[in-house]
Design a protein around this ligand. Structure first.
Ligand SMILES: Cc1cc2nc3c(=O)[nH]c(=O)nc-3n(C[C@H](O)[C@H](O)[C@H](O)COP(=O)(O)OP(=O)(O)OC[C@H]3O[C@@H](n4cnc5c(N)ncnc54)[C@H](O)[C@@H]3O)c2cc1C
Length: 243
């Protein structure tokens, strides 16, 4: 099917193309376009350029930093970025945890996390998979036990992409063993500098370091009180079930 662009969409394409030509650093485009892995600094440099333009989070609500683009404009933006060799925006913050915080987080959590996700000043990783809990994620065994104002989290995550760079990890942990195994799972935001966390590389077949094991040994995660870094856990058990 051939897509026929409206004059407005065609003008938008030219705007994106001109922006990329003027702002995408040549060294990043060369690396990214040739399939080389980018360093953290390359990603952050490019993401800060997008943020300065207001284009880092097209899918967010406009009032929180989204672009308000139509589906066609988002498609055009993606096409132009790919053609120019722009690296993808690392999804863990902008595309994965932020929509959850926007939908379910308290105002304090939104204020605490969203600006630093937009500015790429905080790097996130995704702690879902475990040894023995991949496709069958509900088998996860990393346990969080409530101790006053904290959860105490113990277990192991695996395949954790770019965890070696992460300031924060959004993770699924078991908080109850009763009922179906799909129940009793809580979504926690964990500060990666917390005592008890260690990150070990899993070297991939091409010799690179992209994925990791993350070990959690009695890591204390605050339930409600913000910390100096990090912040409150996001307990989805408190979210009313959808009708
Ligand atoms: C490069 C890479 C990066 C990743 N990054 C992250 C990350 O950042 N964070 C994170 O949480 N996870 C991450 N993952 C994990 C990933 O998203 C999957 O959850 C995980 O790879 C699947 O689990 P597993 O490898 O244990 O395979 P298994 O679940 O053990 O599956 C093994 C095989 O069995 C098949 N299989 C499984 N169940 C069934 C069934 N019921 N019926 C038929 N066939 C079945 C599967 O299709 C597969 O072929 C990453 C994985 C990779 C490869």
């Amino acid at each position: 099917m051939e897509l026929v662009l409206s004059p407005e969409d065609e003008a938008f394409r030219q705007e994106v193309r001109a922006f990329l030509a003027a702002n995408l650093p040549a060294d990043i485009a060369a690396k990214s376009g040739s399939g080389f892995r980018l360093a953290k600094n390359d990603h952050v440099r490019w993401q800060k350029i997008l943020h300065a333009k207001g284009w880092i989070a097209p899918n967010w609500p406009v009032e929180l930093g989204g672009t308000g683009w139509t589906a066609m404009q988002k498609h055009i933006f993606d096409e132009e970025c790919a053609a120019a060799g722009a690296p993808m925006v690392i999804p863990f913050g902008v595309s994965m945890v932020a929509p959850v915080i926007i939908a379910f987080g308290s105002q304090a959590q939104k204020d605490r996390y969203l600006p630093r996700i937009l500015s790429s000043d905080e790097w996130w990783c995704q702690g879902y998979s475990e040894p023995g809990a991949g496709s069958d994620l509900a088998s996860l065994r990393t346990k969080a036990v409530r101790d006053g104002d904290h959860y105490v989290v113990t277990g192991q995550k695996t395949w954790t992409t770019l965890a070696q760079h992460a300031d924060m990890m959004f993770t699924l942990v078991r908080t109850a063993d009763t009922g179906k195994k799909q129940e009793g799972i809580t979504f926690l935001l964990i500060d990666m500098t917390s005592p008890g966390i260690s990150v070990q590389p899993i070297t991939t077949i091409d010799g690179s370091r992209e994925i990791n094991s993350v070990f959690l040994d009695a890591v204390r995660v605050p339930v409600a009180e913000p910390r100096r870094r990090g912040g409150p856990g996001l307990d989805l058990r408190q979210v009313p079930a959808r009708p």
